[in-house]
Design a protein around this ligand. Structure first.
Ligand code: 5AD
Ligand code: SF4
Length: 505
């Protein structure tokens, strides 16, 4: 089958889509770059906030028009939203044929084969009744979505046992309540594979680098999270933490380097708790950084409670480990941090910032923050503003709290800050952070950086852009520079988001 992959959400999701592409190609399917050429559209989804889910719902509904023109087109939902909603998704979006969670991607070939078989028989059957079918040609071959049991290979060998078909159906809510659309036919059977694993890392799968620039690539080093921050759905959608065999990570990084890549980003929900036998994250970083001095190494994301001095020492000893640490703070208020179950207070966090500045004086620091979490007072929001003034981040991802069903906060805390207040706090924080980023960037004017050139500037073909070790984007006149090269650039001007510079001959 010809498969079109559409990815939403975090870097992990983009890395997962590359694993999915590899699994599909190995099984003889092709990944197409034009949606119009596809037999199946697989949407790799994000569930982190309600607006991310709404956007995907909208997209799924939008695809109905394509399915009306091409009744054989199938839609599958992958990733965190598939895991969170399971059969509910199939019930509510009746044009969806597949729902596959993040630990079940090895089963995609088998699942595609099954919906492919249904497609062919259903299309021919539907042709008989074509005047009555509305959006889709497939008749209602079975009343319920079928929840597949875990296969032996992908099954969870840890705390969850592999359930029987009926058990999975019950756990997931079971019966598909979706009625056949008026005047048409229900596109069942839909298939779901949503079992979580405590062992799956896709370690042996070489990702297909989708939409790659041939210069930087992601390497997934661990999966899952068990920090259970009170607001966060990730532990429920991605399961327990597990780390990938370091040898397979090193092999992947060496292969990328031999193919000409110049930068790898090691990914995990909480990379600092990477551990495989006696290899922890600092040792892993040291080994990857040792592959070649001109291979840049980045990583994301770090939980402040686990950011160790050992890691900072390794970073200081290896100039090719990039001087940029993303350290989500989430709030500046100790009471809110406790409610969020973050396992640190603001003093501890600021201590980690001091440690970064001690070991790595030129390190850029970025963060994630949530405003309007349950019961956050105006003073507590002020504490977040104060913390931003103290740390002076180079960049921040800033969010309004969004209630996620089944999380601790959804079950035990009231989402009691009015949306207008959340919005106003967010705007205030964005304005402050914009000001800080601009002031930080102004200090860069006159400095020289080694820039890894990535490509043409979006605004002008005459200019190229790249990043310095601190992950700041620098735009400069192209002259003789080419993507993939390291070039020295002097910063001459800036905005809050970008540095402008000149190549140093
Ligand atoms: N509401 C708002 N933001 C959230 N994040 C995670 N869960 C929520 C939520 N329920 C943010 C956190 C996290 C980032 C990836 O998304 O800041 O670090
Ligand atoms: Fe979510 Fe917290 Fe895990 Fe990050 S550390 S993925 S915010 S539970």
């Amino acid at each position: 089958m010809r498969v079109f992959l559409e990815t939403y959400g975090c870097q992990m999701n983009f890395a997962d889509s590359e694993v999915v592409a590899s699994i599909l190609q190995t099984a003889g399917h092709s990944v197409v770059t034009e949606i119009g050429d596809a037999d199946v559209v697989l949407i790799n989804t994000c569930a982190i906030r309600d607006n991310a889910e709404q956007r995907i719902r909208h997209r799924v509904r939008e695809l109905r028009a394509m399915q009306a023109r091409n009744p054989r087109l199938r839609i599958g939902i992958l990733g965190c939203m598939a895991e969170r909603l399971q059969s509910q998704l199939m019930a509510e979006e009746d044009n969806v044929s597949l729902v596959v969670g993040p630990d079940a991607y090895r089963r995609l070939p088998e699942l595609l084969q099954r919906i492919g078989a249904v497609t062919h028989s259903s299309v021919s059957q539907a042709a008989v009744d074509s005047t009555r079918s509305s959006t889709f040609g497939s008749p209602n071959l079975g009343e319920q979505p079928e929840m597949l049991p875990a296969s032996d290979t992908a099954s969870d060998r840890g705390s969850h046992s592999s359930p029987k078909l009926g058990e999975v159906a019950r756990r997931a809510g079971g019966v598909c309540p979706k009625p056949a659309p008026a005047g048409g036919v229900c596109q069942t059977p839909a298939l779901a594979a949503v079992e979580l694993s405590t062992t799956e890392t896709y370690a042996d799968i070489e990702p297909v680098r989708l939409a790659s620039n041939g210069i930087s690539a992601y390497i997934s080093i661990m999966r899952g999270c068990q920090n259970y921050c009170a607001y966060c759905v990730v532990p429920y959608t991605r399961g327990r933490e597990r780390s990938r065999d370091p040898e397979t990570i090193l092999r992947e990084a060496r292969t990328l380097y031999s193919q000409g890549y110049k930068e790898v980003t090691l990914l995990g929900q909480n990379v600092n708790s990477y551990r495989h036998a006696d290899v922890g994250f600092p040792q892993l970083m040291e080994a990857v950084a040792g592959i070649a001095p001109d291979l840049r190494v980045r990583f994301a994301t770090s939980h402040p409670k686990d950011l160790s001095d050992d890691l900072l020492r390794v970073m200081a000893a290896h100039p090719n480990i990039c001087r940029c640490i993303h350290l989500p703070v989430q709030s500046g208020s100790d009471r809110i941090l406790k409610l969020m179950n973050r396992h640190y207070d603001s003093a501890w966090y600021l201590g980690r910032i001091d440690a970064i500045r001690r070991y790595l004086p030129d390190c850029s620091i970025t963060t994630d923050v949530i405003v309007g979490f349950c019961s956050e007072t105006e003073e507590e929001f002020q504490a977040t503003l104060d913390l931003f003034r103290r740390v002076r981040y180079d960049y921040a991802y800033m969010f309004k709290y969004s209630l996620r069903p089944d999380t601790y906060a959804a079950r035990h805390l009231a989402d009691d800050i009015p949306d207008a207040v959340k919005g106003r706090r967010l705007e205030e924080l964005i304005a402050l952070q914009g000001q800080i980023a601009l002031e930080n960037n102004r200090l860069e004017v006159g400095r020289d950086y080694e820039v890894l050139v990535e490509g043409e500037s979006h605004r002008s073909k005459e200019r190229l852009f790249g990043r310095n070790s601190q992950n700041k984007v620098i735009v400069f006149d192209r002259r003789d520079a080419r993507p993939g090269e390291y070039r020295r650039v002097r910063v001459t001007d800036c905005t809050a988001a970008t540095l402008l510079g000149d190549l140093i001959p």
